[in-house]
Design a protein around this ligand. Structure first.
Ligand code: ADP
Ligand code: ZN
Length: 364
């Protein structure tokens, strides 16, 4: 039986559900199934406006023929009030009503922005996520966090707005630049570290050639983990915070270098590795496990440390700055073992002390 497409990918569709309190919706995953006919059919049932960015549009204009498309400039800077306002004006001009739908076709930037537009246009209209970057497929398209930036910071203006569906076509990854793929892998590695040691082992044994073959199942597993967490804690008041593993330090790294030194996935990789070193310093994981984490990050071309370790103290000050609102004590998610986390409370002083225990030479 030939159940493979011409590209050698097993052609079986997979579906799982996110049962969030506010909405239950499907995530459909397969290879090479989102084409012009599919999008036309979506737009047949209701008025659809697709939001995408110039990079994705340049590659996939063909499948968007005849649809209403709003194309933004690629990059985080588009997640702003000005572009938000321009899209709202476009929707008004197109007479979109509450029963119509916005489709986000792109990476996390498009998804966050389109989602916030959908959440607020006429108090909320239909919203479908079609993530095209690995990071968006495994993380940002699932769970309903939508936001735009303000001069004061990233994702300052936002809400929770679950999509009606997430459609994942892993064929989009064929055109994704190598570096973006690595950044997506950082979030995949995160899922392994926080809740699935078998997934982590799979990543450890993955060879480059196998990547396309295995990625569909890996995305499915990541979505499954995220769906379960979001179902339990949609609004990020408890367990969902484990998804921030490595992110507090990661965000500090991103922000310290003004969002131009390290991409999100790279910051997260550095944060996760620092956390792994802390777990090793407190004897929660073995030298061998630390070494495995190092190898996995290396395999996917992810950094483990900032280029100039002299910057570390100032970067860690940003961590505290980030947490100031919560008072003097703050909590960080730490590794208990590979595949499990725990919450640990810190003050600035106790965190510095903890970090002092790490052999920074060993980290590089
Ligand atoms: P994220 O990493 O959160 O998904 P972006 O939305 O900025 O962030 O996407 C990362 C970059 O990858 C952007 O420049 C975007 O245009 C580009 N991109 C997204 N999907 C694809 C794709 N399938 N092929 C090529 N480039 C893509
Ligand atoms: Zn992230």
């Amino acid at each position: 039986v030939n159940d493979k497409t011409s590209n050698g990918h097993k052609n079986d569709a997979q579906t799982l559900y996110v049962a969030a309190p506010s909405k239950c919706y499907p995530i459909n995953i397969n290879y090479g199934w989102i084409d012009h006919a599919f999008l036309k059919a979506l737009a047949h049932e209701r008025h659809v406006v697709v939001i995408t960015d110039e990079n994705v549009y340049a590659l996939y204009a063909e499948i968007l023929k005849g649809l209403d498309v709003y194309v933004i400039k690629p990059g985080e800077a588009s997640k702003c009030l000005r572009v938000y306002g321009e899209i709202q004006a476009y929707l008004i001009e197109k007479n979109l009503t509450r029963t119509d739908t916005i489709v986000a076709l792109g990476g996390g930037v498009v998804g966050d922005l389109a989602g916030y537009v959908a959440a607020t246009y006429m108090r909320g209209i239909g919203f479908i996520q079609i993530p095209t970057s690995l990071l968006a497929m495994v993380d940002s398209s699932v769970g309903g966090k939508v936001a735009i930036n303000h001069g004061a910071g990233k994702n300052i203006i936002g809400t929770f707005y679950q999509p009606d569906a997430v459609y994942i076509d892993t064929a989009f990854l064929n055109t994704l630049p190598e570096k973006e793929r690595s950044c997506g892998m950082a979030e995949v590695i995160k899922y392994g570290l926080i809740s699935d040691s078998a997934l982590f082992e799979q990543l450890n044994h993955m060879v480059a050639l196998d990547w396309q073959q295995q990625i569909k199942a890996i995305i499915y597993r990541c979505c499954e983990i995220k769906a379960e967490i979001v179902s339990k804690d949609e609004e990020d008041k408890g367990i969902r915070q484990i998804l921030n593993f490595g992110h507090t330090i990661g965000h500090a790294v991103e922000s310290y270098y003004h969002y131009s030194g390290y991409a999100h996935g790279e910051g997260v990789a550095i944060g996760m590795y620092m956390k792994t070193c802390m777990a090793y310093a407190s004897k929660k994981i073995s030298k061998q496990e630390l070494e495995t984490v190092r190898q996995v990050l290396e395999k996917f071309n992810l950094p483990r440390q900032v280029r100039n370790t002299n910057d570390l103290p100032s970067i860690l000050k940003e961590v505290i700055h980030d947490k100031k609102a919560e008072g003097k004590c703050f909590k960080l998610i730490e590794l208990k073992r590979i595949g499990e986390t725990e919450m640990v409370s810190y003050t600035y002083e106790s965190l510095l002390q903890r970090l002092g225990e790490i052999n920074h030479k060993e980290m590089v």
